[in-house]
Ligand binder design. Structure first.
Ligand SMILES: *[C@@H]1O[C@H](CO)[C@@H](O)[C@H](O)[C@H]1NC(C)=O
Ligand SMILES: *[C@@H]1O[C@H](CO)[C@@H](O)[C@H](O)[C@H]1NC(C)=O
Ligand SMILES: *[C@@H]1O[C@H](CO)[C@@H](O)[C@H](O)[C@H]1NC(C)=O
Length: 263
């Protein structure tokens, strides 16, 4: 998967031309391979090409020189870099620390050069999230008439992910009955007996993968009486102190900033 936004820069230096192309971004997943494409302008006959890693460490990765392809440099990609005949560099299998910026310098038979910078972003495959259901049942009457549910979603070990919710069989969530908190990791809903089959899915995604888990909250409403069940009140015991702490931290930094800028 690659998105391209190119800008070209032409520099005349005597009779040599340097073209810099930047902004290409390549997104990939741990365990996959990424193809870093060397774009050759029309009429550009490549004599030499040098692939380097720029960041986090500067390393020589591959070279095309005097008609031969060489990739056996002592870089972190040793044994994982493959230079194709069209000078595109394939890296893989990718590891999570492989994100970084890369450059390819190409020299053509007239001595013109082109430098291209590419940014590689390697993401983990998103793990299956864990959805917890917290409930508050109104009254002890049977059959159950109303149930307030609070769903929390969490993907273990996932970074750089976004959370969203979907009510199965619906286009989107009805805003009036559900409220989303913080970064989409929590959802609350008021359910009645008509909602006993309603299923909610939490979808966790990053730019290269996604995963989901589905719950039917009404089932938990029925199990409310079971001892040891996490309830809505337990959830509040966690959520309220955390938000209080965040508010205090915000107030403190505002106060601190005010003091510093007041000097
Ligand atoms: C890598 O390249 C991107 C896009 O060209 C740039 O925005 C970013 O600052 C670069 N990162 C480093 C660490 O050089
Ligand atoms: C270059 O070669 C590789 C491997 O054969 C291929 O996947 C790729 O599409 C080719 N083209 C470019 C522009 O890299
Ligand atoms: C999370 O990461 C830790 C350490 O990296 C690992 O031991 C654990 O098994 C991981 N858990 C999951 C659910 O992937």
């Amino acid at each position: 998967m690659a998105t391209w936004s190119l800008w070209g820069l032409l520099l005349w230096e005597g009779n040599t031309i340097s073209i810099a192309v930047a902004g290409a971004q390549v997104l990939s997943k741990v365990g996959d391979s990424a193809l870093l494409v060397a774009e050759q302008p029309p009429g550009f006959q490549v004599r030499e090409a040098i692939w380097r890693s720029l960041w986090p460490s500067e390393e020589l990765l591959a070279m095309f020189f005097q008609g031969s392809l060489e990739t056996l440099y002592h870089s972190r990609f040793l044994g994982r870099a493959h230079l194709h005949g069209n000078l595109s560099l394939e890296l893989g299998p990718l590891q999570s620390g492989d994100s970084g910026n890369f450059s390819v310098l190409m020299v053509d038979t007239r001595g013109w050069t082109q430098t291209q910078i590419l940014q590689l972003k390697v993401y983990d495959a998103v793990p299956r999230p864990v959805v917890r259901v917290f409930i508050s049942v109104e009254g002890d009457t049977q059959p159950l008439k109303a149930c307030q549910v609070f769903l929390s979603c969490w993907a273990p070990n996932a970074s750089d992910v976004t959370y969203s919710w979907r009510q199965e069989g619906m286009m989107d969530l009805g805003v009036e009955t559900h409220s989303l908190f913080t970064d989409g990791q929590m959802l609350s809903a008021s359910l009645g007996p008509g909602d006993k089959d309603v299923a909610y899915s939490c979808i966790v995604s990053n730019p290269v993968s996604w995963n989901m888990a589905t719950v039917i909250p009404w089932e938990s409403c029925h199990r409310e009486a079971a001892p040891g069940k996490a309830s809505y009140k337990d959830m509040l015991l966690v959520a309220v102190p955390v938000s209080l702490l965040l508010t205090l931290a915000g107030l403190f930094s505002a106060w601190h900033w005010g003091r510093c800028s007041g000097r």
